[in-house]
Design a protein. Structure first.
Lengths: 162, 287, 756
């Protein structure tokens, strides 16, 4: 593909056409500036903060490090896809209820990382939670309330499954 | 700029032969940082992430030789049969960046960039890995030791794609350690991979030999051959003694060639290598 | 007797852990941070910055840049229509460098273009000819009067001495040390961003920006843009953290000027690297301290010499210095003081406000000293602090009586009573050990240490500054609308303000209008002041509205308004039967009041540093438990226990958030965060090498609230934002000393400080 071709990305189950883009744009840039999906945030441009976390073909990755044009043919999930009708997931609600949101800049990336963790591990240990979230920097909360939110979701889900 | 999306290795090699100076992209954890910071303006990028041929690994049970595709992400090396076969690689993989980086980063990428701080590289060195490259004109193999030629310099020729690495699974203990200032997401200040080959199959003739490779303390990964030879030639009864283990560390430190930079000092790095090397050997000789 | 409400539904009033009203938007990613804003027909702006820490500008040639397709305009100092400089205290910082650049990263020009990539190309095409000069990089040299000034205002920003009591008082215990702190960065995640929309006639501009103080930005911008203040209209764009870094102007004037020049909306946004250069940092400091004490470890005199390197421009250095110097004694009784302090100008990165504001530096010094006194007196670190603990009414070394409640001993005792963490397991998971997944240590390599830190922190502004906050409250048809310019940076004022209104007015449905300059100033979100000041303003306006409401109801029902009260969501006659819901009482009615809250006046300091210069104080104690790999010098902070003097918990969940977040920042300063500068050049402007604590670095935090309501505070609550990050740093360092026996005197502690 070259400079001004249109390419298509599949995001949250929908096809999005990217036009007039400079082909070197990251997926983060395309989501935010081309496709009206500003949920993923950019705070470092080098994969060191996790604010831009999306799920790409089932893997939680930093969208600032994905060349958008190379994601043609992949399934991309962003935070906007979690609550398309405005109703919150249990993870999102727990973040609010447990005080895990202050400025909120890290929040979408963390929500994606937490969902990804719990989709693969329904009973993570404390260390497994911390390791899974070690790529998401939060500068406001010190992580305590974030861990509390994850614990809440896990225990409610376990309770519900019994 | 052009982005090419081959669907097979053959197609990728064809594209690369037409654009020999193209950048190869899999996980993007190095290349995209350069693009984001405007340090690199690729004209052509060939994206390899979708190539199934690179995203596979296998063990030849007969020869105990393992082959890992250049596109296997680090996250897949942390658990499961691949980790069981190569625990030192699993340990190294676990220290790479963050979970998000591990889902994207690959050995192929580590080799393509060839930074002395590349977390997987000390493992390849210690395991005497072979690097497999393909081009339109064929395939070739090259030892890791000949592949990495300097800091961020390697022996890949234009038109070549790194397709896999292969190595013999060590018969004895293997481990990896990496020093960073915080407890996650660290660029290595100093790292080491140590493997022990237990020698003959008979316990009476047990003649363990060691291989140790150091990261972030030289222009390339450093194999401590002098230290290895010294230890390998010691009487077996002495190999496990505390003073020998201590001296092993000192000698490994002396083979390192660290520099001062904003991350750390040469003195600390050398000291850290000594400590890591001793500790790894201690772990290896306890079991 | 009054009637009784039958409702038992819990309401989100003061004292409850009410949830943030913006939480829903934030978890969905739909909350509009400044960097998410967008306007039709907008251009992107970008800034050209100096690569040199000190140079004379010989020429700036933008010719080639103008020729690039997509470039709309380029501006330099020549295009600044009004005042060429700005600044929070003295206006010494150029909008664009003119004759000199004085720090690496100083802005020289800005461009507006159709795409950030075009901007980058345009910036690269601007040719600046420099005469590179040798930077003044040593703060001590800045004090030398024979060294040439790097700025017309000179190399000394401020000198402050505090001389009190017997200047030769001494005792059997004399301990001293020189303590150093490196440069810490606020590292908020939401980097600088703004959107500027010019008026059609070019005579005004609307700016949406993430900032800590809308009105102060407005004032400085108007002066530089040569516009009347009411033509520079600022609205708060969503803020992704601040911690002091948004107190100074960064991109505001540049963005507005580009908009006015192009007659088009301009979006500006810094990347992380630019952000490191785009805002002020915490002052690095060198503090010598000597304590004289009696044989029981009671302080007789404190001596100190403090040197704070303010970098190239003055920013708030003079106020930071006041805080550092006036807090030299710590939260301890002290009758005699000899303190000399200096804030100097160098070609190092400009420094200004960061959470703690000068007290972080003083606290590291005085807490390190307290442990030395304890050792000399052969008592424990806890005992030495209890023996010296300040009490309500004690005097600061400035002569000011501490009228705020000062529960220092209680903070220490309650912290000491908090449970210790479990011993390290004999077979720990590698992630529990220092070094984490790097697997550098085994169990036998680890030593555990315990350390203490206690702090006093002034709340609000000082030295005669008439600080105030404004709020307007409207009650109509049972709905309250709040209007204020208070910057919400994540701390939760948008949660607290409705809690106040619910409590005072008995209404549950609260709307918050946009924060902008159409109402009076709320002052800065800093100095732990907003709960007190803006909370006081909202409370004051609510009370006025309630007064009007009671007058009305009293008139309608022929009851003396003094008998009326709010009970849950009803207006009740406390001496009769009337009970009418506020909704019903305000049907078809509109009550609106604006209130400006001022704190009581403060004084300047005289030439001996004497004067009642602060408003109020808060106290906190921290106990840190660390595990150290002593051979490699790697540290894991296991637990931080704390009892914090908060006055009153208006929202316990928010308080915990501030405590845990502040502790993480203090931990960062203790063991991993530093902007490394070599001869004025920043070496590590990225998150790869400026390390922030991750989820695996966070300690377990055990916190206790000390609630002794402050009679001065409008809601009984003290500010809680800064104390958590102050004494935790020396507590962690003290714990590392305990584990290693090393006499550490610098933060951040580096591995080689511990093991080599």
């Amino acid at each position: 593909m070259s400079e001004h071709e249109i390419y298509t990305l599949r995001i949250n189950g929908d096809e999005h056409h990217v036009k007039d883009a400079w082909i070197g744009e990251s997926l983060l840039y395309v989501l935010r500036e081309r496709l009206g999906l500003p949920g993923a945030k950019g705070a470092c441009e080098q994969g060191e903060c996790g604010s831009c976390t999306v799920v790409l073909d089932g893997d939680a990755v930093c969208s600032c490090l994905v060349l958008a044009a190379s994601a043609v043919g992949s399934e991309i999930a962003t935070v906007e896809g979690l609550s398309p009708d405005g109703s919150l997931t249990d993870v999102q609600q727990a973040f609010i209820d447990e005080g895990a949101v202050q400025c909120g800049f890290c929040t979408p990336g963390l929500i994606m990382a937490v969902h990804h963790l719990l989709d693969h591990n329904t009973t993570p240990t404390e260390l497994e939670v911390k390791e899974a979230l070690s790529g998401n920097i939060c500068r406001c909360t010190g992580y305590g309330r974030i861990f509390a939110a994850v614990d809440k979701v896990v225990s409610v889900r376990l309770g519900a499954s019994q | 700029m052009t982005v090419l999306l081959p669907t097979s290795l053959d197609e990728a090699l064809q594209m690369l032969s037409e654009h020999p100076s193209a950048d190869l992209l899999t996980g993007g954890t190095d290349l995209m940082v350069e693009v984001n910071f405007n340090h690199r303006k690729p004209t052509t990028v060939i994206a390899l992430r979708q190539l199934a041929e690179l995203h596979t690994w296998s063990i030849d049970q007969q020869t105990q030789r393992i082959t890992i595709g250049a596109g296997v992400p680090y996250a897949e090396m942390e658990h499961g049969p691949l980790a069981d076969a190569l625990p030192c690689l699993a340990e190294a993989a676990r220290t790479v960046g963050s979970p998000q980086i591990r889902a994207a980063g690959t050995l192929g990428g580590n080799l393509g960039t060839c930074s002395p701080a590349g977390d997987g590289l000390p493992v390849l060195s210690a395991l005497d890995a072979t690097i497999h490259l393909s081009s339109q004109s064929g395939s070739r193999e090259i030892s890791f030791h000949d592949f990495m030629t300097g800091p961020k310099r390697n022996a890949r020729q234009p038109g070549e794609i790194i397709t896999s690495v292969s190595m013999n699974i060590p018969t004895g203990w293997q481990g990896y350690a990496k020093v960073g200032v915080r407890n996650a997401m660290v660029i290595s200040v100093a790292s080491a991979c140590l493997v022990i080959d237990s020698g003959s199959n008979s316990k009476d003739n047990d003649q363990p030999s060691v291989r140790i490779a150091l990261g972030s303390v030289g222009p390339t990964i450093i194999r401590c051959r002098e230290t290895e030879n010294w230890w390998n030639n010691l009487p077996n009864a002495e190999k496990r003694s505390a003073s020998v283990i201590q001296e092993f560390g000192v000698r490994a430190g002396q083979e390192s060639r660290p520099i001062d930079d904003h991350r750390s000092t040469a003195e600390y790095r050398r000291h850290a290598i000594s400590v890591l090397s001793s500790r790894l050997l201690h772990r290896g000789t306890q079991s | 007797m009054s009637s009784v409400s039958t409702s038992t539904r819990q309401r989100d009033v003061l004292g409850t852990s009410a949830l943030r009203p913006d939480g829903g938007a934030k978890v969905q990613g739909s909350f509009a941070f400044s960097s998410d804003l967008w306007a039709e027909n907008m251009l992107w702006g970008a800034t050209l910055r100096s690569p040199h820490p000190y140079a004379r500008i010989i020429s700036i040639d933008t010719t080639a840049a103008w020729k690039i397709a997509g470039v709309e305009t380029i501006i330099t100092h020549e295009d600044v229509p009004g005042q060429l400089t700005y600044g929070l205290i003295s206006s010494d910082q150029p909008v664009f460098a003119k004759d000199f650049v004085r720090y690496m990263g100083e802005p020289i020009a800005a461009v507006a273009a159709d795409h950030p990539e075009t901007c980058r190309r345009a910036l690269a095409a601007i040719v600046v000819e420099y005469e590179v000069l040798t930077p003044l990089a040593d703060g001590e040299r800045a004090l030398d009067p024979t060294v040439a000034p790097i700025h017309p205002d000179g190399n000394v920003i401020r000198e402050l001495q505090i001389i009190r009591g017997d200047q030769s008082a001494t005792g059997p215990i004399v301990v001293e040390g020189t303590y150093e702190l490196g440069i810490q960065d606020q590292a908020f995640l939401g980097t600088e961003a703004a959107l500027a929309l010019p008026d059609h006639d070019g005579k005004g501009v609307d700016v949406y920006v993430a900032t800590q103080w809308l009105h102060e930005d407005q004032k400085q911008m108007a002066a530089c843009l040569n516009l009347p203040v009411d033509k520079v209209r600022l609205t708060l764009g969503g803020v992704g953290g601040a911690f002091g870094a948004r107190e100074d102007i960064s991109l505001q004037v540049h963005c507005a000027l580009l908009a006015l020049r192009t007659s088009r909306p301009i979006k500006m946004q810094y990347g992380r690297e630019e952000s490191f250069f785009g805002h002020v940092h915490r002052h690095p400091a060198k503090i010598w301290m000597r304590h004289h004490a009696d044989a029981d470890g009671r302080i007789i005199r404190v001596e100190s010499r403090m040197l704070l390197d303010g970098g190239a421009y003055a920013s708030t250095s003079s106020a930071v210095l006041t805080n550092a110097a006036t807090h030299a004694q710590g939260p301890y009784k002290c009758d005699n003081a000899t303190v000399y302090s200096y804030a100097v100008r160098t070609n190092n990165p400009p420094c200004g406000a960061m959470r703690g504001f000068g007290v972080v530096q003083a606290c590291f010094a005085h807490e390190s000293q307290m442990d030395k006194i304890a050792a000399a007196a052969r008592i424990s670190p806890v005992e030495v602090r209890l023996r010296n603990a300040m009490e309500t009414g004690d005097l600061l070394i400035t002569g000011q009586p501490v009228e705020s409640v000062a529960p220092v001993a209680r903070c220490i005792r309650e912290t000491a009573a908090l449970p210790m963490p479990d011993e390290l397991s004999p077979t720990p998971d590698p992630l529990e050990l220092p070094g984490g997944s790097g697997r550098t240590a085994d169990r036998q390599h680890i030593k555990r240490g315990i350390g203490w830190g206690v702090s006093i922190k002034n709340i609000m502004y000082s030295e005669g500054f008439d600080d105030y906050s404004t709020a307007r409250v409207t009650l109509q048809d049972g709905v309250v609308t709040l209007k204020f310019a208070t910057s919400e940076v994540g701390q939760g004022f948008v949660t607290l303000a409705p809690q106040i209104a619910r409590t005072v007015l008995g209404v549950d449905q609260i709307l918050i209008d946009p924060m902008d300059t159409s109402i009076g100033s709320a002052g800065s979100t800093s100095a732990s002041r907003q709960t007190w000041m803006s909370g006081g303003a909202v409370d004051g306006a609510c009370r006025l509205v309630r007064e009007r409401l009671f007058e009305r109801v009293g008139q309608q029902h022929n009851i003396d308004p003094l008998r009326l009260a709010i009970d849950r969501t009803d207006v009740v006659d406390t001496m009769g039967d009337l009970r009418i819901s506020v909704a019903e009482a305000t049907l078809g009615q509109r009550f609106e009041e604006t209130f400006e809250y001022h704190h009581r006046p403060t004084e300047d300091l005289d030439e001996n540093g004497q004067g009642n210069c602060h408003v109020a104080f808060a106290f906190v104690a921290h106990r840190a438990v660390v595990d150290v790999d002593t051979e490699l010098g790697l540290v894991k902070v296991v637990q931080v226990a704390t009892a914090q003097d908060i006055g009153r918990a208006l929202n316990p969940l928010s308080v915990v958030g501030q405590i845990e977040g502040g502790i993480a920042q203090g931990l960062g300063l203790a063991v991993m965060e530093e902007i490394i500068v070599d001869n004025g050049r920043v070496q590590n402007p990225s998150f790869t090498d400026y390390l922030l604590p991750t989820a695996l670095d966070a300690p377990v935090v055990v916190a206790s609230f000390v609630e002794e309501p402050d009679p001065q505070a409008p809601l009984g609550a003290k500010g809680v934002g800064e104390p958590p990050c102050i004494s935790v740093t020396p507590a962690i360092v003290a714990a590392i000393r305990d584990a290693t026996g090393k006499d550490l005197s610098r933060v951040p502690v580096r591995p080689y400080d511990i093991c080599l």
